[in-house]
Design a protein around this ligand. Structure first.
Ligand SMILES: [Ca+2]
Length: 470
């Protein structure tokens, strides 16, 4: 591990890169010739934070566990928005949905960031391309052709094409190893988004009867608006996915323990298949001599409810929906086996990669660079992390907002109900403490109010009845 100052100097000047790397003799063309690190981001779809082996021994992800153990695990990673298109637009722009305009699934609002648009130069890929990177994208975009927002090559794949996506990504690495340019490779599989179609060999890894149910699993959601997932609603998603593609079972609410376990089995099996593909991709990285100088970042676009709070799908501000597995691996410079409890956002990918590329980070970027954590995982980069899922129910201002501090989480719900959870004592979010006296509520209310004003939230100023206490 190297110090932050040294890391910055190393990345920005590049001159010392080889002298610090003990395994450089084994490095291939690309890494040996370039000074800037390569970037490989694997961005999965709907993978909740408990759906990875190092957070949950029931799920089998040996490759991801090994890769995570070779770098920095980020325990508290939250997405800017727990829904596909909004989350993807956020990670590519470094902004929250109400800033870039892609609310919920309104991908048309991304047009200013596409080629020829007024904000096209602001995307992550365009900024990295300007810094000398060869940018390639394989997998699910959800916000248009990736070649329209800064990637010089790549394709947007449909569902069930992940095997092809990984093949193309491996072929890219073979070409990249022969190039003198650093690369930025974005791999976005569809797995484990529904409809689930796991092959039998992955299903065979799990006995649904042995799967444990989380403490907050219910047969049906209660009526609290914090659980509103809008239209068409999670029952549609889950019923259709499950009924069509695996077993003729209705898994929508009301559920029972068996249907939840059966769905979880299919979901875990899908993640295990994904894990195998990621393991092969990083194996190719190693085989091409690109391993040491490639920053590998793993995360998902949002989480997923597996019967938690009586829900499937995502869209809520519950942990299952908004918190994702995330780690950073960079063998040349990041120590193995380190973990951080710092509050991290998916928005942090944007400034982190720009900083490591030696490019300027724009003042309006909403994320924080993760670089300090790479050398000191005990450091903090923010006091509160935010998320939003607006557009729930089809109205632009409706939806959920979250301000999550170190131990406490505050949610302003769809219909202006307030929720306060003490994560240190109640990680499954079973007890709402918003009506109890204490310093945490006004503090997080104020944080959220400041954030709402900054992003131009349509609910700002606070709705009547929910005014932050002084
Ligand atoms: Ca998603």
């Amino acid at each position: 591990m190297i110090g932050l100052v040294l890391l910055k100097r190393l990345v920005l000047s590049g001159a010392a890169a080889l002298s610090l790397c003990g395994t450089c003799a084994a490095m291939g063309g690309n890494a040996a010739e370039t000074r800037k690190p390569n970037f490989l981001v694997v961005f999965t779809d709907d993978q909740t934070f408990r759906a990875i082996g190092y957070n949950n021994p029931e799920i089998k992800t040996p490759n991801l566990d090994r890769l995570a153990a070779e770098g920095l695990i980020l325990n508290k990673a939250y997405v800017a928005s727990p829904i596909c298109a909004a989350s993807r637009a956020s990670i590519m722009t470094g902004l929250f949905p109400q800033q870039h305009g892609v609310i919920a699934l309104n991908r048309g609002a991304f047009s200013p960031y596409l080629k020829g648009g007024s904000k096209a130069d602001q995307t992550l890929a365009n900024r990295l391309a300007a810094a000398g990177y060869h940018c390639a994208f394989y997998g699910k975009s959800h916000i248009g052709d990736p070649r329209q927002y800064g990637f010089s090559e790549g394709v947007e794949s449909g569902p069930y094409n992940d095997v092809k996506t990984f093949e193309l990504a491996e072929q890219f690495l073979e070409r990249a190893a022969k190039s003198s340019k650093p690369f930025f490779l974005w791999v976005a599989p569809h797995q484990p988004h529904v409809p689930l179609k796991p092959e039998q060999r992955w299903l065979d890894l799990y006995d649904h009867k042995q799967l444990k149910l989380d403490q907050n699993v219910r047969e049906a959601p209660n009526n609290a608006s914090i659980n509103n997932q809008g239209v068409p609603g999670e029952a549609y998603y889950r019923d259709s996915a499950y009924t069509r593609n695996w077993k003729n079972l209705s898994a929508g609410p009301p559920r029972n323990d068996e249907t939840i376990r059966l769905f979880t089995k299919a979901y875990y099996a899908t993640v295990s298949h994904l894990d195998d593909q990621i393991g092969r991709l990083v194996g190719r990285l190693r085989a091409q001599g690109l391993n040491d100088n490639t920053v590998f970042i793993f995360l998902s676009d949002n989480g997923y409810h597996l019967g938690n709070h009586g829900l499937g799908n995502k869209i809520t501000m519950h942990e299952e929906s908004v918190r994702v597995p995330m780690f950073v691996r960079w063998p040349a410079h990041v120590k193995k086996g380190i973990k951080s409890d710092a509050l991290v956002s998916s928005l942090d990918v944007y400034p982190t990669l720009l900083e490591l590329a030696g490019a300027a980070v724009p003042d309006d970027a909403m994320g924080k660079s993760l670089v300090p954590l790479l050398s000191n995982p005990a450091s903090e980069i923010r006091e509160v992390v935010f998320s939003e899922c607006t557009g729930v129910g089809g109205k632009p201002g409706d939806g959920h907002r979250m301000a999550r501090g170190k131990d406490w989480k505050y949610v302003l719900s769809d219909t202006n109900e307030q929720y306060l959870f003490d994560q240190s004592k109640d990680p499954f979010e079973l007890k709402n403490l918003a009506d109890e006296e204490g310093a945490e509520l006004p503090k997080l209310q104020q944080s959220l109010a400041t954030w709402m004003q900054h992003v131009g939230d349509r609910k700002y100023p606070y709705p009547a009845g929910t005014t932050p206490r002084p």
